[in-house]
Design a protein around this ligand. Structure first.
Ligand code: XMP
Length: 511
C-alpha cells in the first residue's frame, strides 16, 4: 500500500527539515525534494499536498529560484511558506515588494479564522515572522486571511484552486500553536488521514530490501553506533546470512563496549559478524603522538586500512550498506540550500571496497525515527539511546599521547561516572557525559602517603543540536560520589575536576 505523501519543495530555507519533521509528527510521510523537480516526477509521486519552503532569495532578485508554473494547475493543494508564498504570488500575477523595515521575531498576527487553513485560532495569534519582502498585492482569485501592522498580506488563499500562502513560520516553536496550521493543511485541505507509522515503515523496508537484494551479498561496517546498528539489523532481517558485518574494534571504545556490540549482534540477532581486534595496531600507530588533529587522521586512515583488508578477504560483494540518515541527505544538498557541507556518508563513496551498489535503508528517516525503528526491531534500549560517541573514541579524551595504561585509567573512571549518572536517573536529561584524562599530574595525599598522579575531568552537557550547549548542573552530592569513587577505585588518579564551560566557547570534547 502506498502511503500518503506530502512533497516539500526546497527553496533553501533554514527550516526545511523542521517542516518535514512536523508533518511526520502528524503521521503523514513527507519528503524534501529540490525546487526544480519536474512535473512528471511530481505526478509519479502523486502527493496529497505540496509545500513550498522559505528561502534566502528575493523573488525578483537575480538569485531567485522558481518551480515550473504548471504545478499550480495540477489540482494538488499547495501551501507556500514565506518565500514560497511570495513566489506563488509573483508567478500568479500578484505583486511582491521590499518593505521599509524588516519584520523579525514573534509577531501578533490578526487572523480570519473562518479560513480552513486558520481554523481553531483566536482572532490574533503569535507567529514567527522573518522577512523583508512582502506580498503587496495578492494574485487574482486570492483572498487575504491574515495581517500584521507591517505586513498587510500575512496569509492568503484561493480555496477553489486549493492554493494557500503564509508569510509566517508555523513549524518553529516560537509560533504559538503553529502545528494547528500544519494540521489544518494536511487533514482539512489535503484530506490526509495520517496513515504513516514507524512499524509500517519497518515492515515495508524489510520487504523492499528483500526484493532489491534477493540472494546477493551485502557488507556493512558496524560501529556500535545507533545508525549503523539499525541499518545492520534491518538488513539481516531481510537477507539473513547474506549480510556480513565488519566491526573494527580499535580498542578506543568505552569499557566493555566492544564485547557488548559483539554479544548483541552475534547472539541476539545471529548476524554474521567479523570483529577485528585491532587495538595493538592502533596504539602502535598512535604511540608518542599528542597533536589532536594528527591523532584523528591516524585513526581515520588506519580504520579504512583495517576495513579494507577484511573486506578484501570477503571478495566482491554486491551491496555496501551505509547508515546514512535523512538529515545527512538534506545537508549534503538537494535543492537550493545545497552545499552547506558535504557529508562523508553521502556522495563520497568509499573506493576501497569492491562492491557494485550502495544501499542506504535509513535514508528517509530522522534520528528519532531511526531510534523508534531500532526499538521496533528489538535492539536494546541502551544501544538505541546511546549518547553520541566520536569516531576516534577515547583517543580524543586522553590529552597528550595515548598508552594502554592511560586507556585503562580513563575507561574505569568513565564507567564510574556513567554508572552514577544512570543511578541518579540523569542519563536522559544529560545529552552527553564522559570523563577526560587530562595530561595534568598534581600532588595529593592518600593515607599518610604523598601521591603525584593524574587529574580526571568530568564533562556533561545539555544540548539538542550538539552545536551549542550548556554544562549540566549536576547536583553536588552526585559529583561528590563520583569523585570519591574514582579516586578510591581507579589507581593513578588523585584529583577530579568538573568542567563548567558551555559551548561555545568550549567544545564538547576536549580535543
Ligand atoms: P565538539 O567537541 O566539536 O563535538 O563540540 C560536537 C559533537 O560531535 C562529536 N564529535 C565527533 N563525532 N567524529 C565523530 O563521529 C569525530 O571526530 C568527532 N568529534 C566530535 C562530539 O562527541 C559531540 O557529540
Amino acid at each position: 500500500m502506498k502511503n500518503e505523501l506530502i512533497l516539500i519543495l526546497d527553496f533553501g530555507g533554514q527550516y526545511n527539515q523542521l517542516i518535514a519533521r512536523r508533518i511526520r509528527e502528524c503521521n503523514v510521510y513527507s519528503e524534501v525534494v529540490p525546487y526544480n523537480i519536474t512535473i512528471e516526477e511530481i505526478k509519479q509521486k502523486s502527493p496529497k499536498g505540496i509545500i513550498f519552503t522559505g528561502g534566502p532569495a528575493s523573488v525578483y532578485g537575480e538569485e531567485a529560484v522558481k518551480c515550473e508554473k504548471e504545478i499550480f494547475s495540477l489540482g494538488i493543494p499547495i501551501l507556500g511558506i514565506c518565500y514560497g508564498m511570495q513566489l506563488m504570488t509573483q508567478m500568479l500575477g500578484g505583486k511582491v515588494a521590499k518593505a521599509n523595515m524588516r519584520e523579525y521575531g514573534t509577531t501578533k498576527v490578526s487572523i480570519d479564522n473562518k479560513s480552513l487553513l486558520l481554523q481553531g485560532f483566536e482572532s490574533t495569534n503569535d507567529f514567527l515572522m522573518s522577512h523583508t519582502d512582502y506580498v503587496q498585492t495578492t494574485p487574482e482569485g486570492f483572498k487575504n486571511i491574515a495581517s500584521t501592522p507591517l505586513c498587510p498580506n500575512a496569509a492568503m488563499e484561493n480555496v477553489e484552486k486549493k492554493l494557500y500562502g503564509i508569510q509566517f513560520h508555523p513549524e518553529v516553536n516560537h509560533s504559538i500553536n503553529g502545528m494547528q496550521v500544519i494540521k489544518n493543511f494536511l487533514f482539512k485541505i489535503c484530506g490526509c488521514t495520517g496513515d504513516w507509522v514507524i512499524s509500517s515503515f519497518t515492515q515495508e523496508s524489510i520487504q523492499k530490501l528483500k526484493e532489491k537484494i534477493g540472494d546477493k551479498k551485502a557488507l556493512c561496517a558496524l560501529s556500535g553506533g545507533v545508525d549503523s546498528s539499525v541499518a545492520a539489523v534491518l538488513l539481516s532481517k531481510a537477507i539473513g546470512k547474506n549480510l556480513t558485518c565488519i566491526f573494527v574494534d580499535h580498542g578506543l571504545l568505552r569499557k566493555n563496549e566492544g564485547d557488548e556490540v559483539e554479544e548483541i549482534f552475534k547472539k541476539q540477532f545471529d548476524i554474521h559478524l567479523i570483529r577485528v581486534n585491532a587495538k595493538d595496531r592502533f596504539l602502535e600507530k598512535l604511540a608518542g603522538v599528542s597533536d589532536p588533529e594528527t591523532k584523528r587522521k591516524i585513526i581515520g586512515e588506519e580504520f579504512i586500512r583495517v576495513f579494507e583488508e577484511e573486506a578484501k578477504k570477503i571478495g566482491t560483494v554486491d551491496f555496501l550498506v551505509q547508515g546514512t540518515i535523512y538529515p545527512d541527505v538534506i545537508e549534503s544538498g538537494l535543492g537550493k540550500s545545497s552545499v552547506i557541507k558535504s557529508h562523508h556518508n553521502v556522495g563520497g563513496l568509499p573506493d576501497y571496497v569492491d562492491f557494485k551498489e550502495i544501499v542506504e535503508p535509513l535514508r528517509d528517516l530522522f534520528k528519532d525515527e531511526v531510534r523508534k525503528t531500532g526499538l521496533e526491531l528489538g535492539i536494546p534500549e541502551n544501544l538505541v539511546y546511546r549518547q553520541p560517541f566520536p569516531g576516534p573514541g577515547l583517543a580524543i579524551r586522553i590529552i597528550g599521547d595515548i598508552t594502554d595504561k592511560k586507556l585503562d585509567i580513563l575507561k574505569d573512571a568513565d564507567a564510574i561516572f556513567r554508572e552514577e549518572i544512570a543511578k541518579a536517573g540523569l542519563h536522559k536529561k544529560i545529552n552527553q557525559y564522559f570523563a577526560v584524562l587530562t595530561n595534568l599530574k598534581s600532588v595529593g595525599v592518600m593515607g599518610d602517603e604523598r601521591t603525584y598522579d593524574y587529574t580526571i575531568a568530568l564533562r556533561a552537557v545539555e544540548t539538542t543540536d550538539f552545536m551549542t550547549g550548556v554544562f549540566s548542573k549536576i547536583p553536588y552530592e552526585i559529583l561528590e560520589k563520583v569523585s570519591s569513587r574514582i579516586v578510591n577505585e581507579v589507581s593513578h588518579v588523585n584529583r577530579v575536576v568538573y568542567d563548567i564551560t558551555s559551548k561555545p566557547p568550549a567544545t564538547i570534547e576536549w580535543e
